[in-house]
Ligand binder design. Structure first.
Ligand code: H2B
Length: 98
């Protein structure tokens, strides 16, 4: 099972994920993506879902029109692990069109 990140690993990993914020009162990170419209937002979610399924690591997310709010944590580990960092990095790349 993936291990929770220690303080040093967390600081290092989050330094590269500048748009992600720690969630208050929970060992998780959150980012809100905004797209041009619903179609673009849903396209992002479709691509993200395929990556998440392949990783067997899944986001908690909320979509309202062009906004997608994503929370990442590893339920099995009860907190943030390298899997969340990997998925956050992949989602940022998809959102950037890469
Ligand atoms: N996603 C996330 N975010 N955390 C998990 O602990 C997790 C998951 N566990 N996706 C996976 C699925 C697990 O439930 C299955 C059985 O592999």
């Amino acid at each position: 099972m993936a291990q929770k990140l220690n303080a040093a690993q967390r600081t290092e990993a989050l330094a590269a994920l500048t748009e992600w914020q720690p969630v208050v009162d929970r060992d998780a990170i959150i980012r809100t993506y905004r797209f041009a419209d619903f179609s673009t937002a849903f396209g992002f979610m479709c691509r993200a879902a395929l990556v998440a399924e392949k990783m067997d690591h899944h986001p908690e997310w909320l979509n309202v029109y062009n906004r997608v709010e994503v929370t990442l944590t590893t339920h099995d580990a009860g907190g943030l692990t390298a899997l969340d960092i990997k998925l956050a990095t992949a989602l940022d790349a998809i959102a950037a069109g890469n």
